[in-house]
Design a protein around this ligand. Structure first.
Ligand SMILES: [Mg+2]
Length: 252
């Protein structure tokens, strides 16, 4: 039985929202050789490329970006300019309820958190990424919000409230400051039925993520995999945990 490896990016291969540690980057690229490895992230393809670098991305069998809402597969050829060619295998649209965005604006205004930097939501393929502190926040401001949220669980409360109002939407607490919003079912678990259903019957599929407990954005995929005798999910807290994990079976 062959093994297929799936890795989350933020908090699993890299510090949240940052590029991979250079030494780990080259070690991980070396580890990937002769293995079937996929990347499964909430970020866009370009962001994943910026975070992991082209060596890791080109060595992967495919990239599930935007929570698995868009899947890029590598075509086995290099184009005339010397770049690896990728094709989009599938791509989902996000269907927003009519009043969703005004509701998100109202949620920002109602928050007791004092620092709001603007750009509170970003529409991505098949999903919306929402944050109270806003996408213009500096690294320091993001960290400060992360601390606030740890203490007061603001994101969990927002999710609970939004969930009551929009039953066709699902919500994940992703990254350090944001909430991912998507149509029910269009979370990371969708990659199983859309791509790995057949593979899971004959291969062992191993996923590594840092947000496996509910309502983390790795929860749905870990749960889907654990329903199969061939699926395994490992939880890490930081990318340094992943470094250690890769030294042990079934990784080493
Ligand atoms: Mg993560």
């Amino acid at each position: 039985m062959a093994t297929i490896y799936l890795f989350d990016v933020d908090g699993t291969l890299t510090p949240p929202k940052t590029t991979i540690h250079p030494q780990f980057g080259s070690d991980f690229a070396a580890w990937m050789e002769h293995k079937e490895v996929y990347i499964v992230s909430g970020g866009s393809f370009v962001r994943i490329l910026n975070q992991l670098g082209s060596k890791i991305v080109n060595q992967s069998a495919g990239v599930f970006a935007c929570m698995g809402n868009i899947f890029y597969e590598q075509i086995d050829q290099v184009n005339s300019r010397g770049y690896e060619e990728w094709r989009i295998v599938y791509e989902n649209d996000f269907k927003a309820p009519r009043d969703l965005y005004s509701h998100l604006d109202a949620t920002v205004n109602a928050s007791a958190y004092p620092i709001k930097t603007g750009k509170h939501y970003e529409i991505r393929t098949g999903m919306v990424n929402f944050s109270i502190v806003g996408r213009n926040a500096t690294m320091e401001q993001r960290k400060a919000y992360g601390k606030f949220d740890e203490e007061f669980s603001e994101r969990a409360q927002i999710v609970e409230k939004l969930k009551r109002e929009y039953d066709k939407l699902d919500f994940d607490i992703g990254g350090a400051v944001s909430i991912d919003i998507f149509n029910v079912g269009n979370d990371k678990s969708q990659i199983i039925e859309r791509h790995f259903e057949e593979a899971l019957k004959h291969n062992s599929i191993i996923f590594v993520g840092d947000r496996i407990p509910f309502p983390g954005n790795d929860h749905s995929l870990a749960t889907a995999l654990r329903q199969s005798p061939n699926g395994i999910a490992y939880e890490v807290e930081t990318w340094e945990d992943t470094v250690e994990l890769l030294k042990t079976p079934p990784f080493a």
